[in-house]
Each structure stands twice: as structure tokens, then as C-alpha cells.
Design a protein around this ligand. Structure first.
Ligand code: PRX
Length: 648
């Protein structure tokens, strides 16, 4: 395909898919998209009934499509299914049985492929092992693993037996593991001895051991041997994965569960120091992820799909595991860093496995731009036919580079806007149907009613900025925050009556395309990872030297946002470089290395209003090196601003 001339027509800022792409796509024109979209929002019950019947395998049909008692939704009420059966068992006995489900590549270069048949066997064994250990429907199981095939086996096995998994990203510290495990009272932790990252072993089991000193609910730990590093195993609590599965039967009958059975809790950052446990359930979530995978990625039987997200994030849940496998797709998973052993690692994987669909984050794209095209040219990327972007707004420059250099000018790009809470993609351009506008996520997906509101709760005119809201419930929406219905209501449903507010600022242009501006709450997007400023602040004040702190984001070329912390110290401490390094390491230890501040500035006081509120907007301007305009008359002590500016 590489030698074919560019099949994309570029007219100004609109980029249309080629005729060749359109011809084979599931949705082939804007008119077809509009017709289906209009059906989906005019008669959602009919639409979702048809989709749920067509796309999923149900053991018992539902009685009611949606039970909506704002802000709580129940989808496919009375229906029964098994999510794991949908992702694996139903492909057996079909042409997919011996098709690759997972193609794993470890950072050291080891490779392993599991066909659907083999994946099924692994899952059955592990499900039996879990049940033997006493794990039952509704029990919470924490998974803290590297990106290996067994992590997918662990998730699907939980789903198979009705246990609720909570995957904790391998970059989180022992403190973060402890908080999450305790919040949902997990009974079991599944981990590995270690995982490979940038040529080094991340000592996962040691982090778990440390965390479990303060987790009374955990009865057992299962450890996968991955990196063969030395680990401490506690007698009676710790079990090796290989020992358990060696004795387990490869036959396991999947039970049918109610559609609203909790599937997983995934912790994400919010505007307080305590992460939120986003709860997703079975039928609706699986339908949302299955349907978006099929239409947004235009998934075909012959595709080899690779999403670079870790299973510790929602993208890994929805578009590595559930949505892709339920469509019978072939999934590449890679354990390590994009620049190990060299900056061409991703492209060597695309070339070697002949990846056709590639889904990554803008922060990665910007890093590749910086590393230069020479690394890309070393490899043949002609297998690619579709590219995706997720996690933050993609700047038009990065979009165009991605399109030209990675996509060879022939691959449509789907910029996908969604959140941990939405479960699946909400706004995007369907690749065969609509033209893209670099920098805009595009149009709402089927069943999604997205609007831009002003502060008074009225829809703003096209072209004006406001807050992005979703005005109708959708099947893959979060059901609540684990154990905290009040916070759920307050966080998402209190800005406007009966409307979901997502925390993003947005503008819709005259063609109806949505342009996401980014978070307008106290949440930062750092290298595509969501971090609450309050989380970083509470990590800082837990250090004995810190009296008070305020954290803001500063625009960063590659990471999207850099973390800038303003700190006042307790008496007797000196704000010097050594203390900056100590505080950075402290935040890394409290949350995880990816949360380390990029910059720390000391001050004798933080800029506050006379009523004592920290003036964050002012701090943002100071962090960005902007001149301070506007009104500072409400400021309690104007000299503080100068002090902080001088340290820039
Ligand atoms: O601000 C939006 C940004 O990421 C937030 C959701 O973060 P998280 O729950 O961690 O999920 C990330 C993966 C879905 C959103 O509120 N975001 C995500 N995708 C986009 C985006 N911003 C702009 N364009 C996107 N395509």
C-alpha cells in the first residue's frame, strides 16, 4: 500500500478519507451517519435494543431497555449475559477459533501469541484458580501487573466469575495501591514479580508487599513470574500464578449474570485529594465498547489492531480488552517504553506484526515528532490503514505530522474524545463517513447528545465556548462512584440539573464539530494521564517541611501540561535545590513516578484573596511566565506575586 499515491484530499482544514477507504468502511457517508445518528437519538430505546441484540450474546433477554432515575441508570434490565463469554467463548467454533486474540511483545523482545482457543484455556484455568481461592461474585480483586497477556487473562477471569476488578496502573506507588485497595476492600491482589520498563525491572511485588502492610481486607496475593527478580513471598498469603494454574482444570462453565452486575472499578483523579472509584457494569458497558470498536476503528476480520495504552487506564480496559475482543479482533500488546532500546521501537512493532490500526496519545505523537523521522523511515509502515488519537486535544501540527509521516497520507485519523466515566468513545469522526478537521474531535457518536452550555445552563451559540455536557444517558456511562453516591451526584450532576457535566471546556463550530479545549476543573492532563492538583498538593503537605502548597499546570510541548507546585515551608526549613529534589521524590513515592512535579517554587506565602482563597488563575499565569494583567486588588499580599515570579 505504501507505493500508492496519497489517497487523501486536503481542502483547507478539512481532510476527507480516500474513496478506497470509504468503499470498505462500515459507515460510508455523512448522510448515512446522520440518518443513523438521528434514529439513535430520536428513538434511543429502539436503537439500543437493536444494537444490543445484534452485537452481544445474551443468555436471557432484557425486559426494559433503560430505567432512568436521574442520575442513576440501569440498562437492559432483567437481561443476563457473561462478559467474558462475549469476549472469548463465542468466537470458539467459528472461523475465529484459531485466530490470534493477543500478540504479546515484551520489552526485552520476547513474544507470545494466544489464539482465542488458547486464551479461553488460560482463562478457564485461572477462573478455576480464583474460585478455589474463594473469590465469588461481587468480590473485589486488585490487579497490579505489567502489560502482559496474563493481565488480560486476569481481567477476563474476574469478569467470567462475576468478581469486580480494579486495575491499578503499574506506575503507581505502594501508597496509591493501598488507598485503592482499601477504598474498595479488595480481597485479592494479582501482581507480578516485576515488569520491564526502559531496560530496568520495576519491582511490582515489592510495592504490593509494602502496600499490604496497611490493607486488612486482602487475604491472598497471586504473583506471576515475569521478570524473575527476587521477591519476598509471605507464607499463607502469597501464591505463584504458575502453581495455581498447573493444578486447575481447563474446563470452566461461565455463569450468566445480570446486565447491571458490576464489572470493574477504575480509580481516576478528581478535584479532591481522594481518587474516585468509577464503577462500570456489564451489559451497557460491553455494548458501548463493542459498538464503538466496530464503527470507530472500522474493525475488520483481517485487522491487526494495536492500542498503546496500558490496561491500568480506561483506554486499556475498553480498547485493549473488552471492545476489541468482543469483536473478535487481533490485539497487539507491548510491555515497555516507546524508546527502548531505541526511539524506533513502536515502528519496529508495527512493521514486524503488520499492524493495520494504531491508537495512541498526542503526547506520544509529539515525542515521536521530536525524536525525528529517521527512526520512522527505518521501518515499513505500509500495513497501517487507520490511526487513532486519545487522551487530550491533539494540536493540528501534531495531527498533520501523524497523518503524513506515520499514516503516509493515506490513513484517516480518528480523534476520540471520551473519559473514564463515559466508558466508551463519545465524540469522533467515523473514518469512512466524515471528513476530519485537525484539532477537532468531530461529531457525536450514535446515541450521544452533546451540547455546549454557558454557566446559566443554556446552550451557547455555535462558535462560542462553554462547558461540554451530555444530556441523555448512554449504555456505557458510569453508574456511580464506588461507595459514594453523593460524590457521584455532586461531581457530575450538580453543575446543571439532569445533565452530565464532564469537566471539559469546549466549542462547537458551524459544522457541528466539537473542539475540546481541555479541563476546566482542577484536573491536569500530564502526558495523557489524568492527575488532580489536589492529589499532588496533599502529597506535598504530607512532607514534614511543607506548610501549604498549590499546584497548577503549565503548557508543555510534549506532555501537554507540566506540573508546577508553589510551596510555603514550615519554620526551620530552607527552600533550596536539595529540598526541591526531596519533594519531587516524595510526590513520586506518594502517587507514582509519573506525578513528580516538573517545577517547585518556594514562597513565604501563596497569593490569596482577602477571603483566603488561593488565586489559582494568577498562579497559572505566573507558572506560564505570563505578565500579570487583570485585577490583583483582591490579593491579600501583592509582594508574594513578585517573589514567585522571580523564581521562574
Ligand atoms: O479532558 C478530556 C481529555 O481526557 C479527559 C479524560 O481523561 P481520562 O478519564 O483519563 O480518559 C482518557 C482516555 C479516554 C477528558 O475529560 N480527553 C480525552 N480524549 C480527548 C481529550 N481531550 C481532547 N480530545 C480528546 N480526544
Amino acid at each position: 500500500m505504501a507505493d500508492k499515491k496519497s489517497s487523501v484530499t486536503q481542502k483547507g482544514e478539512k481532510v476527507s478519507p480516500s474513496q478506497e477507504f470509504k468503499k470498505q468502511a462500515a459507515i460510508q457517508s455523512l448522510a448515512e451517519y446522520k440518518r443513523l445518528y438521528s434514529e439513535s437519538v430520536k428513538n434511543p430505546k429502539k436503537f439500543w435494543n437493536t444494537q444490543a441484540k445484534d452485537l452481544l450474546l445474551w443468555r436471557k433477554p432484557w425486559k426494559q431497555t433503560l430505567k432512568w432515575k436521574e442520575p442513576h441508570a440501569k440498562w437492559f434490565v432483567g437481561g443476563k449475559l457473561n462478559v467474558c463469554e462475549n469476549c472469548v467463548d463465542r468466537h470458539l467454533g467459528t472461523a475465529r477459533e484459531n485466530k490470534a486474540a493477543l500478540i504479546f511483545e515484551g520489552e526485552p523482545g520476547d513474544q507470545k501469541t494466544l489464539t482465542y482457543r488458547q486464551l479461553h484455556t488460560e482463562i478457564c484455568r485461572f477462573s478455576n484458580a480464583l474460585e478455589t481461592m474463594g473469590i465469588r461474585k461481587g468480590d473485589r480483586v486488585a490487579i497490579y501487573m505489567p502489560m502482559v497477556a496474563e493481565a488480560v487473562v486476569a481481567m477476563l477471569s474476574c469478569a467470567r466469575i462475576g468478581a469486580v476488578h480494579t486495575v491499578i496502573f503499574g506506575g503507581f506507588s505502594s501508597e496509591s495501591i493501598k488507598d485503592r485497595v482499601n477504598d474498595c476492600s479488595a480481597k485479592l491482589v494479582i501482581t507480578a514479580d516485576g515488569g520491564w520498563r526502559r531496560g530496568k525491572i520495576i519491582d511490582l511485588k515489592a510495592n504490593v508487599n509494602e502496600a499490604l502492610k496497611g490493607c486488612p481486607s486482602v487475604e491472598n496475593v497471586i504473583t506471576l513470574k515475569r521478570a524473575s527478580n527476587r521477591v519476598h513471598m509471605k507464607k499463607g498469603r502469597d501464591h505463584w500464578w504458575h502453581d495455581l494454574v498447573a493444578n486447575a482444570s481447563h474446563v470452566h462453565k461461565a455463569k450468566a449474570f445480570d446486565s447491571e452486575t458490576p464489572l470493574f472499578v477504575l480509580y481516576t483523579s478528581g478535584s479532591t485529594g481522594k481518587p474516585k472509584g468509577v464503577l462500570h457494569t456489564s451489559g451497557g458497558y460491553l455494548l458501548g465498547t463493542t459498538m464503538t470498536s466496530k464503527y470507530v476503528f472500522d474493525l475488520r476480520e483481517s485487522d491487526t489492531y494495536w492500542c498503546t495504552a496500558d490496561i491500568g487506564w480506561i483506554t486499556g480496559h475498553s480498547y485493549v480488552v473488552y471492545g476489541i475482543l468482543s469483536n473478535g479482533g487481533t490485539n497487539v500488546i507491548y510491555e515497555g517504553a516507546p524508546n527502548e532500546p531505541g526511539p524506533d521501537r513502536f515502528w519496529s512493532i508495527v512493521d514486524h506484526h503488520k499492524v493495520t490500526i494504531f491508537y495512541t496519545a498526542p503526547t506520544a505523537i509529539r515525542a515521536f515528532m521530536k525524536w525525528g523521522e529517521a527512526h520512522i523511515k527505518k521501518h515499513d509502515l505500509s500495513s497501517l490503514r487507520l490511526l487513532g488519537s486519545v487522551g487530550e486535544p491533539i494540536n493540528p501540527e501534531a495531527w498533520k505530522w501523524y497523518h503524513k509521516v506515520i499514516g503516509g497520507g493515506r490513513c484517516p485519523i480518528v480523534d476520540t474524545w471520551w473519559q473514564t466515566e463515559t466508558g466508551g468513545i463519545m465524540i469522533t469522526t467515523l473514518p469512512g463517513a466524515a471528513y476530519s478537521k485537525p484539532g477537532s474531535a468531530g461529531l457525536p457518536f450514535f446515541g450521544v447528545v452533546a451540547k455546549v452550555f454557558n454557566d446559566a445552563g443554556r446552550e451557547v451559540r455555535r462558535g462560542r465556548s462553554g462547558k461540554l455536557v451530555l444530556t441523555q444517558p448512554w449504555p456505557s456511562m458510569l453508574r456511580t462512584l464506588y461507595g459514594d453516591n453523593r460524590r457521584y451526584k455532586e461531581t457530575y450532576w450538580s453543575e446543571y440539573d439532569g445533565v452530565y457535566f464532564c469537566g471539559d471546556g469546549c466549542r462547537q463550530d458551524k459544522d457541528g464539530y466539537f473542539w475540546i479545549v481541555g479541563r476546566i476543573d482542577d484536573v491536569l492532563n500530564v502526558s495523557g494521564h489524568r492527575l488532580g492538583t489536589a492529589e499532588i498538593e496533599s502529597a506535598l503537605v504530607s512532607h514534614p517541611s511543607v506548610a501549604e502548597s498549590a499546584t497548577v499546570g503549565r503548557p508543555h510541548d510534549i506532555k501537554g501540561s507540566a506540573i508546577v507546585c508553589f510551596v510555603t515551608l514550615k519554620d526551620g526549613y530552607k527552600g533550596n535545590d536539595a529540598l526541591k529534589a526531596t519533594l519531587r521524590a516524595h510526590v513520586g513515592g506518594e502517587i507514582g513516578p509519573f506525578a513528580k512535579p516538573d517545577e517547585i517554587r518556594f514562597a513565604t506565602a501563596l497569593p490569596k484573596t482577602r477571603s483566603g482563597k488561593i488565586m489559582r488563575r494568577l498562579l497559572k499565569d505566573i507558572a506560564a511566565g505570563k505578565e500579570i494583567h487583570g485585577d490583583t486588588t483582591t490579593l491579600e499580599d501583592v509582594s508574594v506575586v513578585r517573589q514567585l515570579q522571580e523564581q521562574g
